[in-house]
Ligand binder design. Structure first.
Ligand SMILES: NC(=O)c1ccc[n+]([C@@H]2O[C@H](COP(=O)([O-])OP(=O)(O)OC[C@H]3O[C@@H](n4cnc5c(N)ncnc54)[C@H](OP(=O)(O)O)[C@@H]3O)[C@@H](O)[C@H]2O)c1
Length: 310
């Protein structure tokens, strides 16, 4: 009998299939920034030569080319998308929604382009913000989405747009709901240096994170073997508070810990963006990602991840 642990590690160790290696299958990373670049390097290391990274600006595309990744600039907000080689491709959609509103018009434009050039498979990076405030509960993928902030409503809109496309087209779609991303060059050092206050730990809501390398592993696993139509939480499964996170980062780099204030004082002292994060509390389960997607985390705790990140 194969145990759950054995089948999980077998899935994690399984190499990419021939289909994924087929040089005729183009692999697009749309929104090829901090995460996308690492994802591109992961595939380059596997010998994939049919990669294309898509960025909004020509300068970012040039930087990508400089790293050996074929790249193209194409702004989902307004550029013609007909030239993107989407037909039959495996697509990672990592581009963020617009900065305002409650709809993701970028994803809507992209999906409109699929009508003429349908990809074979798409992995979308959403956020855990779509769950809204869960009052500190443990949250798995069956938890109803109740986006509260506009940034989360835009993500929910993107998920719905893509789901409708997946249903209508029959193409495979996998949605990853990703927690706060951290890693090398992606730590809140500037905020810590400025000594901006944090809500004291006993009153701070739960928050969740993922190291960028583990996110890359989850992206690749989702492309390789994510169930069609499935949603996976992507997080390290070790929720703490934002305050704890900032304290640990400060300790790891040898900076003084920021001062703390009460939740009642936060309304005056924190930025609207930070306040909106402070109004949501949830502890995310990553069981499905581990057991069904077969991801083996390199950094299951903040301490391990921060040691590698600083
Ligand atoms: N930060 C977090 O904790 C977190 C958590 C969950 C999910 N996410 C999401 O995960 C995704 C990847 O994150 P990341 O850190 O890699 O983001 P990033 O470093 O900001 O990179 C974003 C990439 O998307 C491109 N892009 C932006 N707007 C675009 C547009 N209108 N059309 C085409 N490309 C566009 C950017 O190109 P240019 O460089 O040319 O602008 C860049 O290549 C993002 O959607 C992010 O919102 C982030």
């Amino acid at each position: 009998m194969v145990t759950q642990a054995e089948s999980t590690s077998a899935a994690a160790a399984r190499p990419l299939t021939q289909k994924a290696r087929n040089p005729l299958t183009r692999l697009l990373i749309i929104g090829c920034g901090y995460v996308g670049r690492r994802l591109a390097q992961y595939y380059r290391a596997l010998g994939r030569e049919d990669l294309l990274g898509v960025t909004r600006t020509a300068s970012s595309a040039a930087e990508l080319e400089g790293e050996g990744v074929p790249a193209r600039a194409c702004d989902l907000a307004g550029d013609a998308l007909a030239g993107l080689p989407l037909a039959g491709a495996q697509v990672f959609h990592l581009a963020p929604p617009p900065a305002r509103g409650v709809e993701d018009l970028h994803t809507r434009r992209l999906v409109a382009a699929f009508a003429h050039a349908p990809p074979s498979r798409l992995v979308y990076i959403s956020t855990t913000g779509v769950y809204g405030d869960c009052d500190g509960a443990w949250v798995d993928e069956t938890w109803p989405a109740r986006p509260m902030a506009d940034r989360a409503r835009r993500r929910w809109d993107a998920e719905q747009t893509l789901r409708a496309w997946g249903r209508d087209s029959g193409a495979a779609l996998v949605i990853l709901r990703v927690a706060g991303i951290y890693g090398p060059d992606r730590l809140p050092l500037e905020r810590i240096r400025q000594g901006l206050p944090l809500v004291r730990e006993t009153e701070a809501p739960y928050s969740n994170r993922i190291h960028v390398d583990d996110l890359v592993a989850a992206c690749a696993a989702a492309m390789e073997r994510g169930a069609d139509g499935a949603v996976y939480n992507v997080c390290d499964g070790a929720p703490t508070t934002m305050t704890d996170y900032f304290f640990r980062v400060a300790d790891a780099v040898g900076l003084p810990r920021p001062p703390v204030i009460s939740l009642a004082e936060a309304g005056e002292a924190l930025s609207p963006g930070m306040l909106s994060y402070m109004s949501e509390s949830r502890r995310l389960s990553n069981r499905r990602m581990i057991e069904e997607l077969g991801v083996r985390l390199s950094y299951p705790t903040l301490d391990a991840g921060l040691r590698a990140a600083v």
